[in-house]
Design a protein around this ligand. Structure first.
Ligand code: 13P
Length: 257
């Protein structure tokens, strides 16, 4: 049995403003009481990262970014580099989020470039994967997860893997109020862990955190995170309400994932 520290991330997406974002960060910083039993990160919009870094000062919550560009600098209008994010206090970056893949149009090659760039910069990456409803209904969940995991981690070394968290987020469950059953999510997570053992080795598979995302909320977080291969959550809507997010964090510690 390995003892993986649960990971709970709050992906704010394109929500909040300077006032509400900082108020939320301060409420989380003062409300978090986990004695190190869980790793917590929040992913606010880029433009609030610097000020939110101040609001989190002295707390155990890490600051994360929802995206990053893989090139270090240059003529990439509108993009944000990893050094810029580090300047703002960022320690963790999401890659491959379903909204980046399916709304913005990022493909596997881009997701892999970003994942490798984040790791090369020394930061943590949360690589998001997951199937659409059509793919699920045609029985392709595990195949899609395998494809996106292999493509996302191509060229990622065994050493770098210790800074990778995988977020399984079935696209049909994101923001819809529909959640995978704990058993379905557990099956998907177990397959992903087996795949990591094949790609790397059993110790790597035992150590990597695989978290669930998709309409996780206080009412279902406990049963999801009680599953042996679900090591935490990536939370959208419920991470915008401090009491809900703190409650989910407490569930993760209580489950001793
Ligand atoms: P919801 O929790 O709003 O479904 O969003 C999940 C998500 O996309 C987190 O990255």
């Amino acid at each position: 049995m390995t003892n993986r520290t649960p990971f709970v991330g709050g992906n704010w997406k394109m929500n909040t403003d300077a006032t509400t974002g900082n108020a939320l960060a301060r409420a989380l910083a003062s409300g978090l009481d986990t004695s190190g039993g869980v790793e917590v990160a929040i992913y606010p919009p880029f433009v609030y990262l610097s000020s939110i870094s101040q609001s989190l000062a002295g707390s155990d919550i890490s600051l994360g970014a929802q995206d990053a560009y893989h090139e270090p600098s240059g003529a990439f209008t509108g993009e944000i580099s990893l050094d810029m994010l580090k300047d703002c206090g960022v320690r963790s970056v999401l890659t491959g989020h379903s909204e980046r893949r399916h709304v913005i149009g990022e493909n596997d090659t881009i997701v892999n470039k970003k994942t490798r760039a984040v790791l090369a910069s020394g930061l943590q990456v949360v690589l998001c994967i997951g199937e659409t409803l059509d793919q699920r209904e045609s029985g392709k969940t595990d195949a899609i997860n395998e494809h996106q995991t292999r493509a996302g981690l191509e060229g990622v070394s065994r050493d770098q893997l210790s800074r990778v968290v995988i977020a399984y987020e079935p696209v049909w469950a994101i923001g819809t109020g529909k959640t995978a059953t704990p058993e379905d999510a557990q099956n998907a997570h177990a397959r992903i862990r087996e795949l990591i053992a094949t790609m790397y080795d059993q110790n790597a598979a035992d150590a990597i955190r695989i978290i669930y995302g998709g309409s996780m909320k206080p009412g279902n977080a406990g049963e999801l995170m009680a599953m042996p291969d679900i090591d935490g959550g990536l939370i959208g809507g419920a991470s915008l309400v401090s009491d809900d997010f703190l409650s989910i964090i407490r569930s993760s510690v209580a489950q001793g994932v």
